[in-house]
Design a protein around this ligand. Structure first.
Ligand SMILES: Nc1ncnc2c1ncn2[C@@H]1O[C@H](COP(=O)(O)OP(=O)(O)OP(=O)(O)O)[C@@H](O)[C@H]1O
Ligand SMILES: [Mg+2]
Length: 297
């Protein structure tokens, strides 16, 4: 990944999930938050409600089309992996969900994208309120040059959210599997942590405002195997409470941790989206099989 891209991402995050203008109340988004589950009467298995639904989404950067006619439904409390070759639009799609493409002047999004039934591109949706509900973690850990404590509370401060910060910090760091390692050094800089700890700190920061969806763009690709394994365990744990959408170039990782997998291919096309096991063991598309087995991409 180029430095330029990394810088853009860092700036974007500061502008986005954790930053921005004082937020409106959730009411202003008028998004229904019924999370009731239903049970399929024939099989008795639990059917997960759709959290994010894309319908015929196209994205353009000036004259270059990055995504073409994407239609998909992402179910709650599960891990959805997005895989595909470089440049096929995975990051672009993640940024559609929390409207971070708004921050890119040349980007134009067409089609409809719903969060729990409410179109996030409607005029009455405030992007800052949206990003509180749809948190994001990036490839390169990007803690702010602040204490560990202040990193975790950053999003709450910016959004002027009340609550018991000590309790939220402890809970978020525990959920991010970092508490035991840092609870006696909360006043120390987040930048002094190891790369894997920094990424878990960024996850704690992203979940502190208690989002519904957590977008993760290659969150473990800059980490060593031990830290990667910790992040993978954590993602599975987080999916009990959150809807996790993760971009990864690591096929084994996608197979290990995700419930469903979306395969994007060159041209910004969603070629196949299905249960992870089906995608990896018996995909419908020959192109997907070739990609998964490493014949191209
Ligand atoms: N900020 C931008 N301005 C202009 N074009 C962009 C921008 N971001 C992405 N693109 C273009 O959109 C297409 C999709 O890019 P995107 O970053 O979404 O791909 P990706 O699948 O995430 O790739 P990678 O695996 O390398 O991260 C590419 O052709 C890319 O050059
Ligand atoms: Mg990307």
């Amino acid at each position: 990944m180029s430095q330029q891209n990394t810088d853009e991402q860092t700036t974007s995050e500061q502008d986005a999930g954790d930053g921005g203008s004082p937020d409106p109340t959730d009411d202003e988004m008028l998004i229904q938050t019924d999370v009731s589950e239903s049970v399929d009467e024939t099989s008795g298995t639990r059917r997960r409600e759709t959290v994010v639904r894309a319908e015929h989404v196209d994205v353009w950067y000036d004259d270059n089309q990055a995504l073409s006619d994407i239609t998909m439904e992402i179910p709650e409390q599960s891990v959805t992996a997005m895989v595909g070759p470089s440049g096929c639009g995975k990051s672009t799609f993640l940024r559609c969900i929390n409207r971070m493409n708004d921050l890119i002047d040349s980007a134009r999004v067409e089609g409809d994208l719903y969060l729990r039934g409410k179109n996030v591109y409607d005029d009455d949706v405030d992007p800052v309120a949206l990003r509180r509900r749809v948190g994001m973690v990036f490839q390169k850990p990007n803690p702010f040059p602040k204490s560990i404590y202040d990193n975790v509370t950053y999003g709450l401060e910016i959004q002027d959210k009340g609550g018991d910060y000590d309790e939220i910090v402890e809970r978020s760091l525990k959920r991010a599997a970092l508490w035991d390692e840092v609870n006696d050094q909360l006043d120390e800089s987040g930048l002094e942590l190891s790369g894997g700890q920094q990424q878990r700190l960024c996850i704690a920061r992203a979940i502190a405002p208690d989002p519904e969806v957590l977008l993760m763009d290659e969150p473990a690709s800059a980490l060593d195997p031990v830290a990667t394994s910790q992040i993978e365990d954590l993602i599975e744990e987080l999916a009990r409470d959150y809807t996790v959408v993760i971009v990864t170039h690591n096929m084994q990782q996608a197979a290990r941790i995700s419930d469903q997998t979306a395969v994007f291919l060159t041209g910004g096309e969603l070629v196949e989206f299905d249960d992870t096991q089906k995608i990896f063991e018996n995909p419908e598309s020959q192109r997907v099989e070739d990609y998964i087995t490493g014949k191209f991409g």
